[in-house]
Every structure is written in C-alpha cells, then in structure tokens.
Design a protein around this ligand. Sequence first.
Ligand code: NAD
Length: 361
Amino acid sequence: MSVFSHSAYDKHEQVAFFQDAKSGLKAIIAVHNTNLGPSLGGCRMWPYVDDGEALNDVLRLSRGMTYKSAMAGLRLGGGKSVIIGDPRQDKTPELLRAMGEFINTLSGRYITAEDSGTSVADMQVIGETTEYVSGLFAGSEYGGDPSPSTAYGVFVGLKAAAQHRWGKTDLSGLKVSIQGMGNVGFRLGKLLKEAGAELFVTDIFQDNIDRSVNELGAIAVTADEIFDLDVDLFAPCAMGAILNDDTIARLKVGAIAGAANNQLAEECHAAVLREKGILYAPDYVINAGGIIDVYYQQRGDYDAAEVRAHIEEIGNTMQEVFERADNTGETTAHVADRIAEERFGHHSVPSAENKSGTVAA
Ligand code: NAD
C-alpha cells in the first residue's frame, strides 16, 4: 500500500497511523493542509473492507475539508480521521478514549468532530482524553449537532441556485426532489416546505419516507425513480458519486443543490452537467454550514446569530461561483476549486504559526 504515490495523495502534510491492541482501535488521521489554520474534520467510523479503502477515504476527505473551509472563509485547514470498524459492533468507550489519545499525538494540528458512524455522544467520550474535539458544545444552537446548520446552509445555497437559474427569489411552487431524508435531508425538506416548495422524496428506510410524507406533505418515490422525475431541482442528501453517466442522462432538472459530499462520480461529470444546461452547486460550497457551526463551537464564543450570518454567506459565495463560471465558461466545480486554492495557497509552504490547535478568529 503506497502513501506518497497514492492516487488520492495531494501534498498532504501528514498521514498518521495508530493501533491500540487493548481497545482494538485502528485509525488513520490525515492532515491535508494547515496554511489557514489547524485542520478540522470529522471522525468517520466504517467497516472498511481493507486498509487501502480506509486510506483512500481519509486522503480524499481530508483534502475536501481544506477546500470546504477555505471556501467558507474559516481560519481552518483540512483534516479527517477514520476508524476501521463497524460502529454498531466495535464502538466502545475504551476505543473512543484511545482515539482521543491518538489525536493528542498531533498536538492540535488536527481537531476532530462527528461524522458518519460517530455522534455528539461519541465526541463527548473522545473529549475525556483530548481537548482537540469539537461538535459537542451543549450551548450551541443544536447541542453540538452540525446537521441543522448544514441543512440551513444548503437551503441558502439552493435559493442562490434558483435565483441564478430562474431569476426566482421566491421558492413557492418550485418542485424539488430530495434523495435521502436523514439528518440533513429532512431538515432541508422542512425549510423548503415552509418556503412553499413542492417536495418529492426518497430514502432506503420506510420510516424516513413516512415521516416526510406525514410531516412535510411530500410525495414519496422509489430510490430509483428519483432520477427520472419531471422536477425543477434535485437535492442529493444521501451518498456520494450519484452524479454519474447513468443518472445525469436521466435527470430532467434545471439545477442540482444538495448536501451530499463528493456528488460527482468523476471530475468530467461537472462538464457533462454544464453541457446539459444543469446548474450544479458545488457540494463542498453548499454543505459548509456544519463546519461553520463546528468552527464557532471550537472557538469557544458561540453566538447563534453570528453563526447564522456566517452560514448565510454561502449564498453570496455560491453567486460568485455561478457568475465566474458564466463569465469564463468553466464549470462551477472548477471555479470553486480555483477560488478555494487561491484562498489557501495550494502550493505554498505552511507557516509554523498556523499549526497549533487553537482556532483563531
Ligand atoms: P444521514 O445518514 O442522517 O442521512 C442519509 C440518508 O440517506 C439516510 O436516511 C439513508 O437512509 C438515506 N440513503 C442512503 N442511501 C440511499 C439511497 N441509495 N437512496 C435514497 N436514500 C438513501 O446523513 P446526513 O447527516 O443527513 O448527511 C447526508 C449527506 O450529507 C451525506 O453525504 C453527508 O456526508 C453529507 N453531509 C452531512 C453533513 C452534516 O452536518 N450531517 C455535513 C456535510 C455533508
């Protein structure tokens, strides 16, 4: 298994491997870039089929965090951690405490938070052995959970997309399909319903569908039908790589704006969307509400109004991306990457002062 010559390795500053025989912890932390500040990113626990899959995930995800935080205007770098194991079977307080000790060995260059397979409660346990943990601040608007802020940011970005695509500032009557009615998708659905949009939803769990039909008046479709609907806008809020050759050929929407990470199966799919006249809101720009929330939690002076105002900036950033793409003929995904790279200085050497774990304003 290679690291420096790995296809997902992108000048990562540090990749650390850890195992603790007593608790059974096997984990990897990747610090992609700390030019703008200490790296912050979630801790994912997943039953990876092998070490190679875990390394690939942590390298890709940590890089994504650098771009996301830079675009969100945060003094943060990009990092991520993965624990190899099944969160339903292998997660124990001992394992999480050992994870905290692993995080300490990076002396604050990496700060963790919740992600797939970990929760606010897990962050509290990790917090018993490390101070470099966020997303557990009980005084934050939602008790540490970043999902409502992510949903709000997606709503703001979606409005920017609707305005750019159709000149509409009012969402009433807009037909929106949502894939995945989980933590973010359901809350996004609620905000859209309040704004007068018509909802078409799918999930792989019937109770999530039932809740959306009963509480939001949504129309339920199967997991496969979601790509064929005659609607205005598609909001992917389930998993990655769902914008691929097959699905893009089927989509009839005018815009895509959703929470899922890594929506494009491959870079080239941004151009395929553009050719089809579908406006794409780059995923890491529109789904930054959660990291913005976690940033303020970590900073220690959480103010709900300030957090909300910062999340609303996603609308302006999105507008800037759309306009620059129109002017240059590039894809929105490409434009977002270039703006992020301008901000974090992709090719410069990180300065020592940005490597401590204290998040500066
Ligand atoms: P979640 O697990 O709560 O919800 C995901 C939902 O998608 C689940 O209800 C699941 O049943 C459903 N789903 C999975 N596969 C599906 C399929 N093939 N078809 C239809 N539904 C399917 O996760 P979440 O926290 O709501 O996050 C949703 C997405 O947004 C993820 O891609 C996540 O990485 C991304 N994201 C989340 C946050 C956050 O703050 N939670 C922040 C940034 C990005």
